[in-house]
Design a binder for this molecule. Structure first.
Ligand code: ADP
Ligand code: ADP
Length: 230
């Protein structure tokens, strides 16, 4: 089964920029994929579409077997809450919000009662090594810890698909390595993980690298073989 299946997807922004042109990409359950390419090539647009944060101008997107184009906004936000986790370069923890509440809020739209949300949040924070930071607030956490809170929030609903946009972009190499370790651990546990990165060495260590160039998507396998998707 595929976690996300995008077929012939284009995205033209108002003003006429074609950010993605006829992109086809399937990510199977449990796959670990790096997405690389120059700045402005369409990587973030690809990730937003895969995560149903945006709708394509044309083409189809299936997430967890569901055709996103046929879902109401409400059904879509439930699908997102239940099946997809996001990690971005910066995690904007609200001022004064504890790590536990920030992570528990990740389940607000999944229809989970408050008590269960808090239990799940404590468990997720434990999984990212922050069991001792539950009631800490943003100013009491290091950059690396804040990003691990972001990972905890992304995984608190046990998503089938985890999407990360430059998750280590703002971290020192040691904190970055911790976050990468968490992401690869999720992959080993069966979650499909897609990571946009500028780190060539990191990308090379992944089983599959997807390159985006001028809105076009292609895949390189570790054996060096190269294939246009579609
Ligand atoms: P990348 O993540 O590879 O840097 P993006 O997906 O962010 O690329 O952007 C692809 C192209 O679409 C760029 O030319 C960018 O300027 C443009 N773009 C991105 N978001 C918007 C938007 N909301 N409105 C208009 N143009 C956009
Ligand atoms: P430039 O001409 O500026 O090097 P590139 O297209 O080579 O632009 O790459 C833009 C960014 O994407 C660079 O930061 C580069 O590290 C990254 N990148 C490009 N291709 C790969 C790849 N195959 N693996 C890892 N990172 C890549």
């Amino acid at each position: 089964m595929s976690a996300v299946d995008m077929r012939n997807v284009s995205r033209v922004y108002p003003g006429g920029v074609t950010a993605l042109a006829d992109a086809t990409l399937t990510v199977e359950d449990g796959e670990l994929v790096a997405v690389v390419g120059p700045s402005g090539s369409g990587k973030s647009t690809l990730l937003h579409l895969a995560g149903t944060l945006d709708r394509p101008t044309s083409g189809t997107v299936h997430v967890a077997g569901q055709d996103v184009g046929r879902l109401s906004d409400r059904a879509l936000s439930q699908l997102r809450a239940r099946s997809i986790g996001f990690v971005f370069q910066q995690f904007h923890l609200g001022v004064g919000v504890t790590a536990l509440d920030a992570v528990a809020d990740g389940l607000l739209y999944a229809g989970v009662p408050r008590r269960r949300r808090r239990d799940a949040a404590a468990e997720a924070l434990e999984r990212v090594g922050l069991a001792h930071r539950l009631t800490h607030r943003p100013h009491q956490l290091s950059g690396g810890e804040r990003q691990r809170v972001a990972v905890a929030r992304a995984i608190v609903g046990s998503p089938r698909l985890l999407l990360a946009d430059e998750p280590t972009g703002n971290l020192d190499s040691s904190s970055g390595a911790d976050v990468v370790e968490l992401l690869t651990g999720l992959h080993r546990a069966g979650t499909a993980v897609v990571v946009i990165t500028h780190d060539r060495d990191l990308a090379r260590s992944f089983p599959r690298v997807v390159s985006v160039r001028d809105g076009r998507v292609s895949t390189t396998r570790p054996d060096g073989s190269f294939a246009a998707e579609s």
